[in-house]
Design a protein around this ligand. Sequence first.
Ligand code: PEP
Ligand code: MN
Length: 340
Amino acid sequence: MIVVMKHTATEQDIEATAKNIEALGLKAVKIQGTERTVIAAVGEERVAGISSLESCPGVDEVLPIVAPYKLASRELKPEPTTSITGSLVCGNGTVGVIAGPCSIESEEQLMSTARAVKKSGASAIRGGAFKPRTSPYSFQGMKEEGLKLLAQARQETGLAVVTEVVSPDDVELVAEYADVLQIGARNMQNYRLLEAVGKSTRTALLKRGPSATINEWLLAAEYILDGGNQNVILCERGIRTFESHTRFTLPLATVPYVQQKTHLPIIVDPSHGTGHTHLVPAMSRASIAAGADGIIVEVHPNPDKALSDGYQSLTFQQFEETMQSCRTIAEAMQRQLGTF
Ligand code: PEP
Ligand code: MN
């Protein structure tokens, strides 16, 4: 349910209403809108006494939230949320650009990439330190050593750090170094991981599972929001279909659809979404044209030698050219790329 407070409601009215909601066994989440405050009453909605909230001082109306995801829904918060994490801004006219290698492989590889992507106008550096690999025999990442390199890259370039966390036990460690905790496609329905990230103060980047519906994906985001972490960015990274020419199928209609359903910002991953370097520039531009709040792109100093996902990574030069054409598209959409 949404408890909509009157314009004239006082701070005491809001506090008292929140207490009444909690007395009904529901969780009260206050959302300060530009016009007025609403309080989400989250939990089992058929509890007796919910309509009694209508008579609380300062309450205008009590409305149901029809969507299964409550805190993520536009019904609760009609204005889009802008995610701001240091240099990375997604939303409100800014298209965030997260770029970097699939996996961190060495100091030289990460630092040279961080410098190059910053020069081309990226807003954040990405790089996997803990890698979820399909085969147990593939490179699993540099782990904490990789996290330290990411912190060094932030120190030198000022770029926010985005990196994946694969297990609830690692959230604390990864959050020591990272600004944004990426939840990978394979872990989208790892509910214990979602809960752990929900308790973190770091921004969450939630990738769509390759076979998850949009409802399942938004309910996964709901776990993080329900845990208390309000800074969640969604990422469309392609789904599995019968088509085998691309690694996954990248459905860009997801962007305007999701923007109708949720206030959360949504970015697109054209690297995993296509699995081919030569398709990444066009799909980066298309993502921005579709209204995405950002893109996340794999970039490597020498893709042929990459320990993971080299076939879908851009060289520094290709990234520079992609950024130039993306800037033109962003401007045509009355948006700007990055923050620098
Ligand atoms: C990645 O970003 O390198 C990655 C493993 O992504 P996904 O979870 O989307 O496959
Ligand atoms: Mn990758």
